[in-house]
Design a protein around this ligand. Structure first.
Ligand SMILES: C[S@@+](CC[C@H](N)C(=O)[O-])C[C@H]1O[C@@H](n2cnc3c(N)ncnc32)[C@H](O)[C@@H]1O
Length: 271
């Protein structure tokens, strides 16, 4: 799939370079083609429909895009027409994606895409709970992640370690005995999960931003994402962008530097 000479390069208001769109399509969609072929796809925050189009090009039978901004929805319809896609294969709706998810029946979509929007929301936990309820075969999450300062990360791990030890000894009656060894404790501390969610304001008038008028967004660290996936019992595989064959990282430096990450998620009781 190649975005060169497609209307998406003109209509997209957020990072629309053919090379970037091609690689995102290749890595996130085309390499998971088996999940798309003949399947129904829900594209959350579909913007001008660029990844809805990718999903159809990779074999999806139908795609529904949900997008908070009406002007982007209009562009999405117009782009599909320009690309001469059969009208019965797609639909776009202006709606808050979290509100839309609440209306979806379990099994209604086989694949759910959530690209470039997760960090702009404050409803991350609800989104994951709804996706879990809907039970798609695959949920693909692609998002900016925050970084946690090392001292804060270590302090949080230490708190978790202390709590877990106290649960062990008080609730499980599993008293720690033996010689006190600082290295042993340090080793266990660094293995503890710990994540942060940074609350920030962005300009809600920017085209890629939250649709919430307050501009509030909740930006999670990658470790916080891991903890959320574990909380909702998703089988989670992180896409290793360095193993995908990208030779020229221009237009993809956020992936190269792990400022943006991609996850393949499956609710634990689906295959
Ligand atoms: C950065 S763009 C990402 C577009 C596309 N999914 C991609 O990855 O290239 C974020 C999009 O999310 C939309 N958006 C933000 N908050 C939303 C919400 N709560 N519900 C639906 N769309 C939302 C914005 O209007 C914008 O089109």
């Amino acid at each position: 799939m190649d975005f060169t000479n497609t209307p998406y390069l003109e209509s997209s208001k957020v990072l629309a370079h053919a090379k970037r769109l091609n690689w995102r399509t290749e890595v996130l969609i085309a390499r998971n083609r088996k999940f798309f072929e003949g399947k129904r796809v829900l594209d959350l925050a579909s913007h001008d429909g660029r990844f809805s189009y990718s999903a159809l090009q990779c074999g999806a039978s139908y795609v529904k895009g949900v997008e908070g901004r009406q002007e982007a929805v209009d562009e999405a319809f117009s782009n599909m027409e320009k690309m001469q896609i059969d009208r019965s294969k797609y639909d776009f709706e202006q709606c808050d994606l979290t509100a839309f998810l609440r209306t979806v029946e379990p099994g209604e979509f086989d694949v759910i895409l959530c690209f470039g929007v997760f960090s702009h929301l404050v409803s991350q936990f609800e989104v994951l709970a709804e996706v879990k309820r809907i039970q798609p075969s695959l949920f693909i999450l692609d998002t900016w992640v925050a970084r946690e300062p090392m001292f804060k990360n270590f302090r949080n791990k230490m708190v978790n370690y202390i709590v877990n030890r106290s649960i062990d000894s008080v609730q499980l009656n599993n008293r720690q005995t033996g010689k006190w060894n600082i290295f042993n404790h340090l080793r266990k501390i660094v293995k503890q999960p710990s994540g942060s969610i940074v609350l920030l304001y962005e300009d809600p008038n920017a085209p890629g931003a939250t649709i919430d008028k307050s501009g509030l967004m909740a930006w999670a660290t990658n470790d916080a994402l891991r903890m959320m996936f574990s909380h909702f019992d998703f089988n989670a595989t992180e896409v290793d962008w360095h193993q995908q064959g990208v030779d020229d990282w221009r237009q993809l430096t956020d992936y190269k530097n792990a400022k943006r990450v991609s996850w393949l998620l499956q609710p634990s009781n689906t295959k």
